[in-house]
Design a protein around this ligand. Structure first.
Ligand SMILES: NC(=O)c1ccc[n+]([C@@H]2O[C@H](COP(=O)([O-])OP(=O)(O)OC[C@H]3O[C@@H](n4cnc5c(N)ncnc54)[C@H](OP(=O)(O)O)[C@@H]3O)[C@@H](O)[C@H]2O)c1
Length: 270
């Protein structure tokens, strides 16, 4: 089956979602994306050469020509785009990934027969290994609910959540890849400065982290216990963790997460 998918906005997350769809098995996809400026479209065109590109004036055409539409513009651009596409939304599936934009706001602007999904993908959706918390607007029957889940599973783990948990899901799953990479980058710098070639250090560290994640997944081992397993008193791990604790690493991380959650809630109320 050939499914027509439109992306309103062709930036970072639209590229990741389009890549994830194209890598997933089964259906084939006909993709179209729109942008405000030509430069943004060129980036998408390089990453997804099979997609057609429209300018923002053709947003309504894009929606009419699509079965499923991903709304991938910045949150402050959502109201204007929704007003523009409203006449074309009848019967369409509209998936908004815009942070802080509520289901109520989406439903209010879409045609009554449109079916609306609010979702929060993270970057590994590009390889089908993302996490995508989501909630559904009104009007979904049981068959379509299953279809929505099947669609989102193409990007990785699709988790239906209560809408009030969106800020927290964003802080954990949406921002998670950035926390991990912000932690990895100094480790790689340290490895390079200490004499391990970049590609070897990268392979070694990525295998270490993915192996540890898999160990926790398969054994239900508690992370605190896992730390104690590798922390021999007076040993090497102990030396590193002692410095992190002296610098109040857990408290610092907690302050960072509190700041992220406050920001996510502010966006929700805007
Ligand atoms: N980045 C992430 O990891 C991530 C994760 C989850 C959710 N999100 C959400 O995804 C949305 C987009 O984020 P992003 O990081 O992908 O931003 P981005 O890279 O800035 O992309 C936004 C895109 O929207 C286009 N655009 C702006 N106004 C438009 C209009 N009227 N019609 C059509 N296209 C228009 C922009 O075109 P121009 O560049 O030409 O202006 C650009 O291609 C945000 O709402 C964000 O909350 C992002």
């Amino acid at each position: 089956m050939r499914t027509r998918v439109g992306f309103l906005g062709a930036g970072r997350i639209a590229r990741a979602l389009a890549g994830g769809l194209l890598r997933s098995e089964g259906d084939s996809w006909e993709l179209v994306a729109s942008t405000r400026t030509r430069e943004s479209g060129e980036g998408f065109g390089k990453a997804v050469p099979q997609a057609r590109l429209y300018s923002e004036e053709r947003n309504c055409d894009l929606v009419r020509e699509s079965d499923i539409v991903f709304l991938c513009v910045k949150p402050q651009e959502v109201p204007g785009v929704l007003r523009q596409i409203q006449p074309a939304t009848a019967g369409k599936w509209i998936v908004s990934v815009a942070a802080g934009v509520s289901l109520a706001a989406l439903v209010a602007e879409a045609a009554p027969s449109a079916r609306v999904i609010r979702a929060m993908p993270n970057l590994p959706v590009l390889i089908g290994r993302g996490v995508i918390p989501y909630c559904l607007g009104p009007g979904w029957d049981a068959g379509d609910r299953e279809g929505a889940k099947k669609l989102l599973r193409r990007f990785g783990e699709a988790v239906e959540i209560d809408e009030k948990l969106f800020p927290l899901a964003t802080v954990l799953a949406g921002c998670g890849p950035a926390y991990f990479c912000a932690f990895l980058a100094p480790l790689l710098r340290f490895a390079a400065e200490s004499g391990l070639p970049g590609s070897e250090a990268r392979r070694m560290l990525l295998s270490t982290f993915s192996g540890t994640a898999e160990l926790l997944r398969q054994t239900d081992l508690d992370p605190n216990e896992a730390v104690q397993e590798s922390r021999t008193p007076g040993g090497i791990t102990h030396a590193a963790l002692t410095v992190l604790e002296q610098r109040e690493w857990p408290e610092t991380l907690r302050r960072a997460l509190d700041a992220a959650l406050r920001r996510a809630k502010t966006l929700e109320e805007a």
